[in-house]
Design a protein around this ligand. Structure first.
Ligand SMILES: Nc1ncnc2c1ncn2[C@@H]1O[C@H](COP(=O)(O)OP(=O)(O)OP(=O)(O)O)[C@@H](O)[C@H]1O
Length: 335
């Protein structure tokens, strides 16, 4: 039998869902201009990684998280914190790769957990449900013997009934239910937030993967924990949790809109990208930075041809040159 979430669609919730639809539409129509999407995706991924790992106390700053993504070494940080961050990047890449998966299985969740929790478990094993009891604050999740059955019911719901709900709601319900089962010995927070994001991607809510939803939970952690706790106090009624999560998405969409403004080309009216320029932005996103020679080899153009592609991107503030005149490399501009 599938999990049956309890909630009421109240008028505040409906208004929020409608507002979210309008804001999302505004973002979607702006993303027709593809120029800055790779940079925004990169930015959003780093912000999600930073926020979701910081929630449980990872001390690395957003700048340090960005540096790790670019393969740069950090001075004086501890290996476990770095591992946690690198794992989360890998977890998000796993989610992005499997975004169109129609049916999710226990094994998919195990695989994600294995990636996120590798080498950073305080107790228990990665990639399998817990065999011990756990506690979060004063909340005692179900006994370990019940976990597999509860997860089976949750997957039944996720693969079937959840599709009838707005992704705003199905993502929030999945997030809460996963945390309330607390299926792993450790790493439930990170895995649950990554699954909530997976649902938003899978349902095409965040087509370009540019919403950094986890910042909302991180920025007011006491409210996040209180909202989770309140569901139980209300006899597992999810109505207020849904409102809390919908407010988070509205906030996230307002923010992404501002970031889009910042990513708009600065010195030209509109930059219409040529296919090779799009390819170049993608390459810079994948590689972090590239020398001129690497660029012209990858794009199969002459040195002058590469500069003809690069110059408008430099003028528009999308790409910048770092390093010396002879040893210079090109990289995507940061916010
Ligand atoms: N009262 C509660 N009811 C249900 N879930 C809760 C409650 N309080 C906190 N949580 C969830 O439990 C997570 C912590 O669980 P756990 O320590 O297994 O996760 P973790 O991944 O190690 O933490 P993480 O969030 O530590 O990075 C929180 O991030 C939150 O999502």
């Amino acid at each position: 039998m599938a999990y049956q979430p309890q909630f009421t669609i109240t008028s505040p919730l409906l208004s929020l869902i409608e507002e979210i639809a309008v804001l999302r539409e505004r973002v979607q129509s702006a993303t027709v201009e593809l120029a800055w999407i790779p940079a925004l995706q990169k930015d959003s991924r780093s912000r999600n990684v930073h926020a979701s790992t910081a929630i449980e106390g990872n001390p690395l700053t957003l700048e340090q998280v960005r540096a790790l993504e670019e393969g740069r070494e950090l001075e004086a940080s501890d290996p476990r914190s770095e591992r946690e961050v690198l794992n989360y990047f890998a977890g998000l890449r796993y989610v992005e790769k499997h975004v169109s998966k129609k049916t999710l299985k226990h094994e998919d969740i195990f695989a994600l957990h294995r990636i996120l929790a590798k080498g950073v478990m305080d107790q228990g094993e990665t990639g399998c449900y817990r065999s011990i009891s756990v506690q979060v604050g004063d909340f005692v999740p179900p006994a370990s013997g019940e976990v597999s059955g509860l997860m089976f019911e949750l997957l039944e719901w996720w693969n079937n009934d959840s599709q009838e709900l707005s992704p705003v709601m199905s993502s929030a319900i999945l997030h809460y239910r996963f945390e309330s089962i607390h299926p792993f010995a450790d790493g439930n927070g990170r895995t649950g937030r990554a699954l909530a994001l997976w649902e938003l991607y899978r349902r095409g809510f965040d087509t370009h993967h540019i919403f950094s939803v986890d910042e909302y939970y991180w920025e007011d952690r006491p409210r996040y924990y209180a909202a989770l706790k309140e569901v139980r106090r209300e006899g597992e009624d999810l109505t207020n949790w849904l409102i809390y999560c919908a407010e988070g998405l509205r906030h996230t969409l307002d923010r992404v809109w501002l970031r889009i403004q910042a990513f708009q080309p600065r010195s030209v009216d509109k930059l219409v990208l040529r296919p090779k320029q799009e390819r170049l932005l993608q390459l810079l996103q994948d590689h972090g930075s590239m020398t001129p020679a690497e660029i012209w080899a990858a794009l199969e153009v002459s040195r002058q041809g590469a500069m003809d592609l690069l110059n408008p991107l430099l003028d528009a503030g999308l790409v910048e040159k770092i390093g010396g005149k002879k040893t210079g490399r090109y990289t995507l501009c940061k916010l």
